[in-house]
Design a protein around this ligand. Structure first.
Ligand code: AMP
Ligand code: MG
Length: 278
């Protein structure tokens, strides 16, 4: 399609450049996304194309077992972590994609180091895993709500970088997406959750408590992105006020990550004409 921005363009528009990470400011990043996709129609067409391509790339990756992809999906309540995942992988075989949500840690999880539950769910070769929330909750909600001593939280940025480096050096590409919405848009979406009967189940009164801490969360996100946009696992800020542009932007980035892995169907190790099927 002609109006699809190149993957390089989308990459450049969203990345937190590891070389300039220290001066990264979240407020400089748009939440609307119309500079990437001029219209919703363009975004929807782009998503269709990419969702199909993601399926084909995953199939080849599964066949060659050349590597794995971990998509880290972060964003404040209502930013669209579920919706983006659903749209980007709507044509991907369920055999090749696994999605894991990380909520409040269980007793068993709390008895281990905080990265244990994440490492357990890291993808094996050939697979795509999506983390709906992730290791970053341990420097976001945990920091904002004082769930661990500040000194321990401070140590975690380096620990997370080391963890992601371990994954990257062992064949897992780590793509980190922060879905970035405005406070106004979150207000709209929370109202919608109360108004639409089919969405009421998603509403949690604790979301309002978190909304009161909006500035603290934005600050914690900014710090996490500054400290953890590493060359082996850079962050991308995806404008998320428009659902269709958000999904299309994420799909471009996921397709780009898979293409960069260059998955190719392996030589089967036999010549088809060797066999006759009667
Ligand atoms: P949801 O994604 O709406 O199902 O909510 C999951 C909740 O679990 C969110 O409020 C997260 O902030 C919270 N959560 C995720 N990870 C942690 C963690 N490590 N410690 C405490 N709360 C967490
Ligand atoms: Mg929630």
């Amino acid at each position: 399609m002609s109006d699809q921005p190149s993957i390089e363009t989308v990459h450049a528009a969203t990345i937190v450049d590891p070389k300039e990470r220290k001066s990264f400011a979240l407020k400089d990043r748009p939440t609307r996304g119309d500079q990437i996709f001029a219209s919703k129609k363009d975004a929807k067409a782009s998503l269709e194309e990419d969702a199909l391509a993601i399926n084909e790339l995953q199939d080849a990756m599964f066949a060659c077992k050349g590597g794995a992809l971990l998509v880290v999906m972060q964003g404040i309540d209502t930013a669209g972590k579920d919706g983006t995942t659903k749209e980007c992988f709507k044509y991907t075989s369920p055999l090749g994609v696994n999605v894991f949500g990380f909520g409040k840690p269980t007793e068993e999880e709390l008895a281990h180091d905080y990265l244990w539950r994440l490492h357990l769910r890291a993808p094996k070769k050939g697979y795509i895993h999506v983390f709906n929330r992730s290791q970053y909750e341990d420097v976001l909600v945990v920091k904002v709500r004082n769930l661990a001593p500040p000194k321990m939280v401070e140590q975690r940025y380096d620990q997370i970088n080391a963890f992601e480096k371990l994954l990257a050096e062992n064949g897992t590409r780590v793509l980190k997406l922060m879905l970035h919405i405005s406070k106004e848009e979150q207000g709209e979406r929370l109202r919608e959750r109360l108004e639409v009967p089919q969405k009421r189940w998603k509403f949690n009164p604790s979301d309002l408590e978190d909304r009161k801490l909006w500035d603290e969360y934005q600050h914690a996100y900014e710090t996490a992105l500054q400290r953890c946009s590493a060359p082996w696992a850079p962050w991308h800020v995806v404008p998320a006020d428009s659902r269709s542009r958000r999904d299309a932007t994420a799909a471009r980035l996921i397709r780009g990550a898979l293409e960069a892995m260059k998955p190719e169907y392996p030589d089967p190790g036999y010549r088809p004409e060797q066999y006759q099927i009667d």
